[in-house]
Design a protein around this ligand. Structure first.
Ligand code: FAD
Length: 542
C-alpha cells in the first residue's frame, strides 16, 4: 500500500500545501469540551463520516506489526484516570515503517475522515493527552528495535527506542558503568513520553531537564516522513519535538547522553518552619560549586507524626533531639538532597556533605540521613507504586497540577497558597524546588517563565474512592490557577492542560507563532496527539 499513498501525496502536494495553513489555524477550537467530569466519555472531536469503513481500510495495510480493533478500553485510560476517549484502533508497531505507513494512509484518507493518531508511551498522562477519540493509538512499547546501543567512548551515549522505559535504560547503561544524567522522579515512563514534555527532577538544576540531554532523534512526522534530527541536522524539527507535546512527530529513537555512574547515594532530609529560609537554602545549593547531585523539596501542611514515618527509611542524626521535635501545627518545608558516591570515597563524601550542611539554616534536630544504592534511589517511586497497587490506590483519579513559578514571585505564591488555598496535603505530596534555567537550552518547545531561576511546584493529588475528593481537588487546583493569574505571578503550567485557544496562546506567549509554524510544517493536517487539544484535525480539500 506504501507506494500508491506516496504517489497520491506527491500529486496533491501543491493543493495540499496551499490549504493546510488556513485549515489548521481555522480549526483550532475556540472552546473544547474537556473531561473535567470524571465520567466523561464525550468526544472533543466530532466522529468521522464513514467510521465503519475505517477498520477495513486500515486492515489493507501491510505491516510488520498489527492493529487491534477490539478490547481497546486500556487505550482510553491513563494515570490521570479522569479522561476516557475510545480509539477506533490500536496499532502495535514492530517497525518504524509501520508507523510511517499508518500516518501516510491516514493522510491519504484525510478527505473523508478526521482520523487522528496518538502515540502512547505508558499512558502516564493526566488528562487524556495520549488518547485519540475514534482515532488510532500507537502502542509505542511494542516497537521492536535492536537492543539498546551504548557508545562507551569519549562522549558516551545510548541509542534507545522511543517506547523504551527509563528504568530499562538505567539497568542497561549501568552494565557499562554509565548512566543518563537527568531523570524524572519515576522511571516507569517512556523516553518519547517524557521528551514530549521535558522530564524534570532533582538533577535538572545542574543538567537541565531530559530534553536538554539528547543528542539526536529519529522522528516520524505528521507527513509520515522518517527524519533524523539533531542540533546540526534538521534542527528546527529536533528542537520542535523536544517538549513539543507530541505535536510535530512521533519519536521512534533517541540518542541520550551518558556519564560515568556512581554506585551509592547519601540521601538527606532536613526541615524548616520558615519558607524564606528554606527557599534561600535551596537557591544557595543550586548555585554552589561541588553541591549535591539532586536537590528537591516538599511542603507539609497539617501533617502529624511525620518524622516517625521517616524512621523506617531514614536515621535521625541525633535521635534524642529528633524525638523531641514538634511542629506546633506549623507548615513545614523539607529540603531533600542527595550526593552520589562510590564506597571507597566515603571519607571525602562525608567531608563534602558536612561542609555543605554547615552552610544551611535548617532546624538542627531534624537532620535525617540514609544510604541506598544508586538504583534504589532513582527507582524509589516504584516502591510506592507497588504498595499503592496492593491497596487498590494506584488506579484512582490523579488530578495533578504542576506549575513553574519565577523565583521573584515564589514567596508570594507560598504565602497565598500554602495554608490558605491548600489547607492540608492529605491527598498527596506537594513538591517544590528551584532549578537554574540558565543551564537549560531555550530552543526547545518547552515553555517556562522568563527568569534565570524558576521553581517547580507539583501538587500530586490522588482522589480516594468513595469521597468527593476529585471535585474538591479540581476546585482547589482552579483556585490556585486563579490566584496565580490574579496576582500576575508569571506562572506557567508544566504538563499543561488548557480549555481554550486563548489559553494555549497565552501559555506559549512569544513562542506561539513558532509553535503554529512548526505544526504547519510537520503535521499540516493536525493528525498527531489530538489529546493535547491544541489543534483540531483538518480535512484536506482537494
Ligand atoms: P504518555 O502519557 O503515554 O504520553 C505523553 C504525551 O506524549 C502524549 O501526548 C503522547 O501522545 C506523547 N507521546 C508518547 N510517546 C511519544 C513518542 N514516542 N513520540 C512523540 N510523542 C509521544 N514528569 C516529570 O517531568 N518529572 C517527574 O518527576 C515526573 N514524575 C512522574 C511520576 C509519576 C508517578 C507519573 C505517573 C508521571 C510523572 N511525570 C513526571 C510525568 C511524565 O513525564 C508524563 O506522565 C509523561 O506523559 C510520560 O508518560 P508516558 O511515557 O506514559 O507518556
Amino acid at each position: 500500500m506504501g507506494s500508491p499513498v506516496c504517489g497520491f501525496l506527491k500529486q496533491n502536494n501543491i493543493i495540499f500545501l496551499r490549504f493546510f495553513a488556513i485549515l489548521v489555524l481555522s480549526c483550532i477550537p475556540n472552546r473544547t469540551n474537556l473531561c473535567s467530569n470524571p465520567s466523561f466519555d464525550t468526544p472533543t472531536i466530532p466522529p468521522h463520516s464513514s467510521s465503519s469503513s475505517i477498520p477495513s481500510s486500515l486492515k489493507t495495510l501491510t505491516l510488520d506489526g498489527y492493529f487491534s480493533f477490539e478490547n481497546l478500553k486500556h487505550a482510553a485510560k491513563d494515570f490521570g484516570n479522569i479522561c476516557h476517549y475510545l480509539p477506533i484502533a490500536v496499532l502495535h508497531p514492530k517497525s518504524v515503517s509501520d508507523i510511517s505507513s499508518t500516518i501516510k494512509h491516514i493522510l491519504y484518507m484525510s478527505s473523508v475522515t478526521k482520523l487522528t493518531v496518538a502515540a502512547r508511551g505508558r499512558g502516564h498522562s493526566l488528562q487524556g493527552q495520549a488518547q485519540a477519540y475514534q482515532g488510532v493509538v500507537i502502542n509505542m512499547e511494542s516497537l521492536d528495535r535492536p537492543s539498546m546501543y551504548i557508545e562507551n567512548g569519549e562522549v558516551p551515549y545510548v541509542d534507545v527506542s522511543g517506547g523504551e522505559l527509563w528504568i530499562n535504560i538505567l539497568h542497561e547503561t549501568l552494565k557499562y558503568g554509565l548512566s543518563p544524567k537527568s531523570w524524572t522522579d519515576y522511571l516507569h515512563l517512556t523516553v518519547g513520553g517524557t521528551l514530549s514534555n521535558a522530564g524534570i527532577s532533582g538533577q535538572a538544576f545542574r543538567h537541565g531537564p531530559q530534553i536538554n540531554n539528547v543528542y539526536q532523534l529519529e522522528v516520524v512526522t505528521g507527513r509520515g516522513e522518517v527524519v533524523t534530527c539533531s542540533d546540526k541536522e534538521n534542527a528546527d524539527l529536533f528542537y520542535g519535538v523536544l517538549g513539543g507535546l507530541g505535536q510535530f512527530g512521533i519519536i521512534t529513537r533517541a540518542r541520550i547522553s551518558l556519564v560515568p555512574a556512581k554506585k551509592m547515594v547519601k540521601w538527606i532530609r532536613v526541615l524548616y518552619s520558615e519558607f524564606s529560609t528554606f527557599s534561600n537554602d535551596q537557591e544557595h545549593l543550586i548555585s554552589s560549586n561541588n553541591s549535591f547531585d539532586y536537590i528537591e523539596g516538599f511542603v507539609m501542611i497539617n501533617r502529624t507524626g511525620l518524622l516517625n514515618n521517616w524512621r523506617s527509611s531514614f536515621n535521625p542524626k541525633d535521635p534524642i533531639q529528633a524525638s523531641q521535635f514538634s511542629s506546633d501545627g506549623k507548615i513545614l518545608y523539607c529540603l531533600e538532597m542527595v550526593k552520589y558516591f562510590n564506597p571507597e570515597k566515603i571519607d571525602v563524601l562525608n567531608q563534602d556533605i558536612e561542609k555543605l550542611l554547615s552552610e544551611l539554616n535548617y532546624i538542627p534536630s531534624t537532620l535525617f540521613l540514609s544510604e541506598v544504592s544508586y538504583v534504589e534511589f532513582l527507582d524509589r517511586v516504584h516502591l510506592s507504586e507497588i504498595k499503592l497497587r496492593s491497596k487498590g490506590l494506584w488506579e484512582v483519579p490523579h488530578p495533578w497540577l504542576n506549575l513553574l513559578i519565577p523565583k521573584s514571585r515564589i514567596f508570594d505564591f507560598a504565602e497565598g497558597v500554602f495554608g490558605n488555598i491548600v489547607k492540608d496535603n492529605n491527598n498527596g505530596p506537594i513538591l517544590i524546588y528551584p532549578v537554574n534555567k540558565a543551564k537549560w537550552n531555550n530552543r526547545t518547545s518547552m515553555v517556562t517563565p522568563e527568569e534565570d531561576i524558576i521553581y517547580l511546584v507539583a501538587f500530586l493529588s490522588s482522589a480516594l474512592p468513595g469521597t468527593d475528593g476529585l471535585e474538591h481537588i479540581m476546585t482547589q487546583n482552579q483556585h490556585i490557577l486563579d490566584f496565580c493569574a490574579k496576582a500576575q505571578l508569571g506562572a506557567k503550567q508544566y504538563l499543561p492542560h488548557y480549555h481554550t485557544q486563548d489559553e494555549w496562546r497565552a501559555h506559549f506567549g512569544t513562542q506561539w507563532e513558532t509553535f503554529v509554524q512548526r505544526k504547519s510544517a510537520y503535521d499540516p493536517l493536525a493528525i498527531l496527539a489530538p489529546g493535547q487539544r491544541i489543534f483540531q484535525k483538518a480535512i484536506s480539500i482537494t
